[in-house]
Design a protein around this ligand. Sequence first.
Ligand code: TYD
Ligand code: MG
Length: 457
Amino acid sequence: MAKTKTTFFCQNCGTQAPKWLGRCPACGEWNTFVEEVITKEEPVAGNWRPAGATKQAAKPKAIHAINYEEQERTLTPDAELNRVLGGGIVPGSLVLIGGEPGIGKSTLLLQIALGLTDTRVLYVSGEESEQQIKMRAERLPAPVSDCYIMTETSTQNIFRTVEHFEPEVLIIDSIQTMHSSLVESGAGSVSQVRECTAEFMKYAKEKGTPVFIVGHITKDGSLAGPKVLEHMVDTVLTFEGDRHTTYRILRTTKNRFGSTAELGIYEMQGTGLRQVTNPSEILISQRDEALSGIAIGSMVEGNRPLLIEIQALVSVANYGTPQRSSTGFDAKRLQMLLAVLEKRGGFRLGQQDVFLNVAGGLKVEDPAIDLAVCAAIVSSYEDIAIPSSVAFAAEVGLGGEVRAVHRVESRISEAEKLGFKQIFISKYNVKGLDINSYKIKIQPVSKLDEVFQGVLM
Ligand code: TYD
Ligand code: MG
């Protein structure tokens, strides 16, 4: 009989402590320590094979003696997913897809499972019944595929099944519902989630079968989050988006087989997730006449340039303290830009309410949209519309100077592709740029005034 022992784990980051702590010394979160039973004398973690399976001890090898061939990747019908994975599914890789409940992780994976024709996919669900999954599948566009569904939560039972079933892709939805008999604590606890992941990792590596694992992220820390697993898996994808808008972003946060600067965009529809191949078109609202307070900025998300619409509304504050409200853009940065406009541009914004909105429900951190934000605010303040064929791509400094941004060529090309006629960039970005090779008119500026004189006078 194995001796039982308990340890305290932080449910947020997985830090282990011998006694309860109010605040996690590693991640700084409060009240996240939970006591868990760990079994001391059981076999090593990650042993998915029943007892008796032995492996020879590994020997050191000279690096030039190691044979390496580019592995054949499986391309899914989903181009966005292929891109975030770095060019398709790598054999034997373990991919974690994290996201808040209800964001669409199960939908995405089921859609991929159904779309992988000629590939034997096993979708193991610990959350929904077979009927529920079937019901969901009915809503999705479903090419005929070799997709099998199983509802199971015990990892040992799963491994017993896959041993003879031999799927070519294994999907586990979700890791927080799985439990391994090697660990005593309940499903969803740090030690369970870790042990189960280690078992799936070992399985993936030994069999060469790619495994996708769904991990829920909960704010209150009631479930061990994907954070505790990030170091174990090969690839971490985060599925994010605002639940009230239909756009979803699939972002690579870690990838052992590709770049982490990739990103996929989807739209949640009644019939599943649709890939958005040309995001700029949907992020810019169609309008016939030019309205004041709207400016088009250029942001780079991952490796993709996107043009987005910035909307501002400036109106006299009638009720005491002026309000500043911002959706999708950092509120502190908005305050700063307002101060710059007041001090350097001479606009009296101190007694005005300012509302700012990034269309499409995206959150933008790229400082290259500063100039579009300033332009939208001034356009609304002066009530003069900016021509809809103008785009902006520059950062604004505290001195009212227009600063250079990275990847300016791709921003210009994207604006050109979408039919914009004119783009404002910093004059410090012009070096090395062949202005005349573009059809779009490139307007280099160094001060905010030049921009306003250019479009708002
Ligand atoms: P789900 O995939 O169950 O999320 P998760 O696995 O991340 O918890 O999320 C599904 C949500 O998406 C649910 O609220 C219903 C909605 N949905 C659609 O809008 N269209 C669809 O075709 C499907 C299948 C779901
Ligand atoms: Mg789900």
